[in-house]
Write a protein that binds this ligand. Structure first.
Ligand code: F6R
Length: 246
């Protein structure tokens, strides 16, 4: 796993947007898997700017989101459908037929997970997977203990994750469950870009990079991925002991 350290958040955002844009220029039909949350906002802003200035088209790309809360309607203001539409998909020339976000209101969530995996397979697999990281090391909504061989499925969110995300919800009650792309779904991506910013991610980053590869630290799985890169700011890298490159 390679790590690149930038002075600040803007540095990460610009670098990741540049990598994603470069992939799309080389191969316009690139299949992307994308996160929500605070961390990728700068990347999305930059990709939208590139599109608006006529430098970048997403018309032939395919998009999969990593996760969605279970039970949340696609028009709920805290849903990841709304997040992505407001910040990215609605601002670029994405083809709606090639935009996939798990349906949190599917009557049969297990069938929805199978449908999602099948759609990824039909698209030819993920070329570039962009990830954030939770303070507990989660990727997607794969909380500590998530099996490395897991596929898209319904998961329970940890108390700590629900607390961090609580402010998006009325009465500070985040949903208890979500649909997430699995660990193996993520691992099968041809390349993985993990973004982390701020001191509150430093512990998880250090554990993922330096402790044992273990299901108790989901992001550590990326250490055995042939093409995974970390994009860190100095704060997120501040607990690393040195030897970054593996
Ligand atoms: C969101 C997701 C999560 C976040 C992680 C970090 O789709 O998959 O794993 O990437 O919780 O969130 P932020 O960026 O808000 O710190």
């Amino acid at each position: 796993m390679r790590a690149r350290v930038f002075p600040d958040y803007e540095g990460i955002s610009a670098a990741v947007a540049y990598v994603v844009a470069g992939r799309l220029e080389e191969e316009p039909s690139t299949v992307l898997m994308l996160p929500t949350g605070i961390t990728p906002l700068g990347m999305y802003r930059r990709l939208v700017e590139m599109h608006r200035s006529g430098r970048l088209s997403f018309a032939n790309a395919t998009f999969f989101n990593l996760d969605e809360y279970l039970g949340l309607a696609p028009d709920h203001r805290a849903s990841y459908h709304v997040y992505m539409k407001d910040r990215f998909y609605g601002l670029i020339d994405a083809d709606p037929a090639r935009v996939f976000v798990p349906d949190g209101t599917a009557p049969d969530p297990e069938a929805e997970c199978r449908r999602y995996e099948a759609a990824i397979r039909e698209a030819g697999g993920i070329d570039v997977c962009v990830l954030g990281i939770g303070r507990n090391g989660h990727i997607g909504f794969n909380e500590p203990g998530a099996p490395f061989d897991s596929r898209t499925r319904v998961v329970e969110l940890s108390e700590s994750t629900r607390k961090v995300n609580a402010s998006d919800f009325e009465a500070d009650r985040a949903p208890e469950r979500a649909i997430t792309a699995g660990m193996a779904t993520i691992f099968d991506s041809k390349s993985v870009l993990l973004l982390a910013s701020g001191t509150n991610k430093a512990g998880a980053v250090a554990a993922a990079v330096e402790d044992d590869v273990s299901e108790s630290m989901p992001a550590s799985m990326l250490r055995s991925h042939p093409n995974a890169s970390l994009f860190l700011d100095e704060d997120a890298a501040s607990a690393l002991g040195g030897g970054l490159a593996e």
